[in-house]
Design a protein around this ligand. Structure first.
Ligand code: FMN
Length: 306
């Protein structure tokens, strides 16, 4: 087996396979599959679903629509809020034996600051991912669509912690590299992309939008070529590590992202089809590296595409 170990922002990882935030509920998986999930955890690093300051019910139904080669979701970040997460979920998530990244989102810089301070008060949290795909309540602008807003937010958050900060980029911009550069300039330790692509579906029987919220986010293999192109552009634009995702289903597609410039990769929608997808992707990556002539993951990470 090729050496798949790597590091991300100074965190040692046994391999490069993460989960996309919100796509693998480890606590629910343990309830359904038992301790097998702990013995053979599918990921080398676990990213929590996005946590908000206050509890949220999520969006009205419908929340999912299957597309050819993907799905649209408009889940709307239901969750227990910061307090509920710290009291009930964090301990359990920290016991899966892999580094824990907590994803947070707020509609103001103060909200982000409160979330960040709450989350990093716990030593079990290896890093924090900032989901910036939400409108700012003051400006009405989506932070992650505006380089200036992103840099301003980082300016507020960076002094609050030494823990690694990962900015999750939205693909719904003309060029994510400008936002990635702004995140780096503001002190981000890594960027992750892509989040879902804005999408809609029409209810064929009722002549209205299928999703209760009107629109949602497209993910799965359908978005992979877009994700690869954006990962490649962002990796060329910044020197911080890139976490690549968007339609990864197997080891070959995972390696594509590494060759496009991702240091590590994340599996998202594929987890809904196969809860063991992370294991399959890691094993497949090993074979893909060998098939394409790489002795190790590090060798693939160091190679550049022409
Ligand atoms: C059902 C669902 C829920 C998601 N929830 C979150 C979330 O809470 N926070 C976040 O940053 N991204 C969320 N995402 C986006 C994924 O983490 C990932 O960025 C995106 O789906 C692209 O990867 P994929 O094509 O492999 O799914 C969600 C995606 C899906 C499908």
């Amino acid at each position: 087996m090729a050496d798949l170990s790597t590091t991300l922002c100074g965190i040692d990882l046994k391999g490069p396979v993460l989960n996309g935030s919100g796509t693998f509920d480890a606590i629910a998986a343990r309830k359904v599959f038992g301790d097998e999930v702990v013995r053979e955890f599918p990921f080398d690093c676990y990213v929590s679903k996005t946590i908000t300051l206050h509890p949220r019910p999520g969006n009205p139904p419908h929340r999912l629509w299957e597309t050819p080669s993907g799905m649209i979701n408009s889940i709307g970040l239901p969750g227990p809020g910061l307090e509920g997460f710290l009291e009930r979920d964090l301990d359990e998530l920290a016991r899966f034996g892999v580094p824990l990244v907590v994803s947070v989102m707020a509609d103001s810089a103060d909200g982000f600051a409160a979330l960040l301070e709450g989350v990093v008060s716990r030593p079990e949290v290896a890093a924090v991912e900032l989901n910036v795909s939400c409108p700012n309540v003051h400006s009405g602008l989506i932070v992650g669509e505006q380089p200036e807003e992103t840099e301003k937010l980082m300016g507020r958050l960076r002094p609050l912690t030494d823990r690694p900060l990962i900015v999750k980029l939205t693909p719904n911009v003309a060029g994510p590299e400008a936002v990635a550069r702004a995140a780096e300039a503001g002190g981000a330790d890594a960027v992750s992309l892509i989040n879902t692509i804005k999408a809609a579906a029409i209810d064929p029987d009722r002549n209205r939008t299928w999703l209760g919220a009107g629109t949602g986010g497209l993910s799965g293999p359908a978005v992979r070529p877009v994700a690869l192109s954006q990962v490649r552009a962002v990796a060329a634009a910044v020197s911080v590590p890139v976490i690549g995702m968007g339609g990864i289903t197997d080891g070959e597609s995972a390696l594509d992202f590494v060759l496009a410039g991702a240091r590590v990769i994340a599996v998202g929608t594929e987890n809904f089809r196969d809860p063991k997808a992370g294991i399959r992707v890691r094993e497949g990556l090993d074979r893909a590296l060998e098939r394409r002539g790489f002795a190790s993951l590090a060798e693939a990470q160091a190679s550049t595409l022409s």
